[in-house]
Design a protein around this ligand. Sequence first.
Ligand SMILES: [Zn+2]
Length: 395
Amino acid sequence: MKIKVCKWKNNAKSPVMFMVDDLANVWVDLSGNGKIDRGEDWGYAKYEENSSITFLEEEILNQFPDVKVNFYVPVGKRIGMVRDSDIYMYSNPINENKSTIEFFRSLNNDSRYELSYHGLTHGEVYNKPEDQKQEWECYSSLNEALETIDAGKAIFREVTGEYPKGGKYCGYTKGKYGDESIDKSNFLWWNRNLNYINVKKYCGDDDNKITNFDIKIFGENNVIDIPSTLGGDIFNTKSSSRIKTVVKRILKFYMEIKGKKEIDFLLKNNLVISIQEHISPARDDGKVQTPNIFDDKESLIKIFKYLKDKNVWYCTGTELAKYVSVRDKIKIVKKNNNSFAFSEIDFNDRKNHEISVKIDLKCDKIMQPNKVIVSSVNNIFNLEIMEGNYKILGD
Ligand SMILES: [Zn+2]
């Protein structure tokens, strides 16, 4: 009898994470009409008219009930792109008032969603957008980083009832104290690298670059580093209206082949498919924030349709990190021909954690130490982690 721990839950080829950045208590009044227009909202509008969450749910997610979303939330008063803009931007912390708190909390309580940490202010602004500094670049000491993260985590907890388990550097910029500050702030996981540009570049090669796109561990507390591996805009064929229809068709055809090649590369190499997006295109310097869910709606739908018949695992960052933290440690000890146990893992620490195992034996049921019987799907068992013997049951 051979038992193998699966790389991903359900023995999936790839986990799929949908990452939507910069959900915040922000609204950019691009049109200047004093009303929230479609695309201007970053989260301030909650579920009211023209809110971006409503757009995301109604136009994209409702067709794909298995898809899960991580929202990256700057918890304080988020900066704009420039210091004195003519474009009005409303920005306040996510604990501003009761209804705002309730909105963010309800998202975090939704099993399809997870809120994750994305800084207190996102950084500092100057007169020119290109001078903007990302939050982790602004810290002048480790202590300053830790204190700011603590303050941000406190707001996050006040709103959601719990501390954030993971997050992402603003602008994927870690600065001098980034990794150490995350390691010392009790995060289970973090997104350190924007890798989707590299996936685009290397997805034709079958060389050793593959490990660059896999999950990594860093710091003394083994923080799990989940890279971003796919742009939500891969199938986007926005082009000038002056281009002839026939050229547009060729472009579309080409984009389709390229986009599928990127996804196939990740699936084939059992890498994470983590799709990068932003909640809103609106910026107070008048430029378009890319990639964003509005411009990429059709591309995102195409991605999720393409994944529909693939063996993937839709998960949040925390679900993924929990699985990896168990997978990398756990050992299977065979007791006899029809029983085994887990070892090298702290069982008290792993309550409600699951691991998927594959058994090369004709059997369809396993009895856990707590007497609960688990059935297999294609010889894969999702077992709760606990101390004691797991029994393989005969026909
Ligand atoms: Zn951001």
